[in-house]
Design a protein around this ligand. Structure first.
Ligand SMILES: NC(=O)C1=CN([C@@H]2O[C@H](COP(=O)(O)OP(=O)(O)OC[C@H]3O[C@@H](n4cnc5c(N)ncnc54)[C@H](O)[C@@H]3O)[C@@H](O)[C@H]2O)C=CC1
Length: 527
């Protein structure tokens, strides 16, 4: 196992925030270095509720249901909900733990200071989605792996958002409060209760949750808009009728309801400040289950007080747990809850299973599912040394070669396979799309798999890093496996040379001694 020279590369979250890991030499391991491990989990306490449901796996008491499994393999498993301050239980274990499991619902803030103290730390797992409670730059610089259970609670959150939209549109909460306090005043509710039908709903962020929300909103006959860095699949656009808005500030004034569905990154922190909220329609309703810090706390309070925001609902706060004097508890027209949307019992079963799966892979030295990595380290000893990428043009690609980095435009994208495959208690969607990509020198078919499919939207410009050439029926196809990466980038200025499609050229194997230029010993173009 690697003991030094580990190179860290921040994958999804850092890429999205435009940051990159420093070039320090790192000293930690990607996968378990063998022997017994100390694993610490930080979960919310369930107290009297723990016994009420055997599947309440996300609680401190049930600790993801993995205690017996871990201990039977000789590992130590400490669980606590005590995560704040210098004398908390978590601090007592920071120095010698190997793996820290946290959740966004009761986030243990993994600061650069804690990472520095954690000399044995190798792996940070988020049981759920959203690892912004971890200092990802510090984790990357320390050569740690950060991973989460991508997709585990997206249905739970999308359903919850739909509920919050309806609660706000119908002015439900004051009605409920009247009943509890013995009142009966229909007018007090009805003067600002509406139908959802015909209203314009915009999601800021149309990733897994945003897309599920659009699908769920479709039957309500709203006008659906979405803003994202990338366009969604044209099929889904057609199915939902959702329209892409490239410019967020142009979308906001059109919306009666805005739902926030982006991760918290350097770019989205404070995205909804005073100025941006002022751009929203007067009387707008806002739902935010993404992260509290995407909002400027005081700007939301002021806009709710003035009526510019007519209703604000969400389950995410900054910080968490929200202190008793958090102003969002006291502002008018809110429908806030503790952080609950992604921790339904169904979600807990999924993120517990996903966490167990990653621990199992970590012990065995296996890769995690690619979409789960937030920060990924790579062991220098077992992988080729790093060099600066040399950008290639499409017409330089040769059969059976690899290690290509190219900037290409997506000319077209066609789904050729889409099926569900059982994986433990989860069902994974397997998706394959054939995409024609190209630059000013030619085109080639790129085979996009699973999450890559979402990035390969027609018209997008993407960087294919460490791509390889697969031969398919004698023709070249481009692909990016787990050692590479697909990144959406700024639109390129070139026009694609569509009359030079390399995938239409057929190759056949011939003997080395038939070669005109002996010594090459490789597949040659025989056409
Ligand atoms: N309240 C809860 O219990 C939960 C909250 N979440 C939050 O929801 C977020 C989204 O989750 P998923 O949909 O699964 O993530 P995802 O990664 O599938 O989608 C995020 C989308 O946001 C877009 N995006 C990122 N930065 C952007 C920017 N600056 N401008 C415009 N678009 C941008 C991405 O392109 C992507 O399409 C998570 O990061 C997490 O913070 C997730 C699960 C549970």
């Amino acid at each position: 196992m690697a003991s030094k020279g580990v190179i860290a590369s921040a994958v999804r979250a850092l890429a999205s925030s435009g940051s990159s890991a420093s070039s320090t030499t790192f000293t930690r391991h990607l996968h378990a270095s063998g022997g017994s491990k100390k694993i610490v989990g930080v979960f919310y306490k369930a107290n009297e509720y723990a016994e009420l449901n055997p599947n309440f796996l996300g609680s401190q008491e049930r600790a993801l249901g993995i205690r017996d499994w871990l201990e039977s393999q000789g590992h130590e498993y400490i669980v606590t909900d005590d995560k704040e301050g210098p004398n908390c239980e978590l601090e007592k274990h920071i120095e010698d733990l190997h793996v820290l499991i946290t959740t966004p619902f009761h986030p243990a803030y993994v600061t650069a200071e804690r990472i520095k103290k954690a000399k044995n730390l190798e792996l940070l797992l988020t049981a759920g989605i959203g690892s912004d409670h971890i200092d990802l730059k510090a984790a990357a610089a320390a050569g740690l792996t950060v991973a989460e259970v991508t997709g585990s609670n997206v249905v739970s959150v999308a359903e919850d958002e739909l509920m919050r939209i309806l609660i706000l549109v119908r002015n439900f909460v004051p009605g409920y409060q009247q009943i509890v306090t013995g009142e009966w005043n229909v007018a007090g509710i009805a003067h600002r209760a509406y139908d959802l039908e015909g209203k314009t709903v915009g999601t800021v962020g149309a990733g897994r949750i945003g897309r599920l929300l659009l699908q769920r909103l479709k039957p309500f006959n709203c006008n659906l808009l979405y803003h994202d860095r990338v366009k969604i699949d044209p099929e889904l656009e057609q199915q939902t009728g959702a329209k892409f808005e490239e410019d967020l500030d142009a979308m906001l004034p059109k919306c009666d309801v805005i739902v926030v569905n982006t991760p918290l990154t350097e770019k989205t922190r404070g995205l909804f400040d005073k100025e941006r909220i002022a751009k929203c329609k007067k009387g707008v309703l806002i739902v935010n289950n993404a992260r509290g810090a995407i909002m400027d706390t005081q700007a939301v309070v002021d806009a709710c007080s003035s009526g510019h925001i007519a209703g604000y609902s969400g389950d995410v706060w900054n910080p968490q747990p929200a202190p008793k004097d958090h102003p969002w508890r006291y502002m008018p027209n809110h429908a806030m809850t503790p952080h609950i949307s992604g921790t339904t019992i169904d979600a807990q079963l999924r993120y517990a299973a996903g966490t167990k799966d990653m621990l199992d892979r970590y012990f065995k030295g296996e890769e995690f599912p690619a979409q789960n990595y937030i920060v990924k380290d790579e062991m220098a000893e077992t992988r080729p040394a790093k060099r600066k990428p040399v950008f290639k043009k499409v017409d330089q690609l040769k059969p059976d070669t690899k290690g290509h980095t190219l900037v290409v435009k997506v000319v077209s994208s066609k789904m050729v396979m889409q099926k569900a495959r059982p994986d433990g208690i989860q069902v994974r969607q397997v998706r394959i799309a054939e995409c024609l990509v190209g630059d000013e020198t030619g085109t080639i078919i790129f085979t996009a798999r699973n999450d890559q499919v979402d990035l390969m939207t027609t018209g997008a410009t993407v960087i294919l890093r460490n791509a390889k050439i697969d031969m398919f029926k004698g023709s070249m196809r481009l692909a990016v496996d787990k050692w590479g990466r697909v990144e959406v980038t700024e639109p390129a200025s070139f026009s694609v040379k569509e009359d030079n499609n390399l995938s239409l050229v057929e190759y056949e194997l011939i003997n080395v001694n038939e070669l005109v230029n002996p010594g090459a010993g490789e597949v040659v173009n025989a056409v």
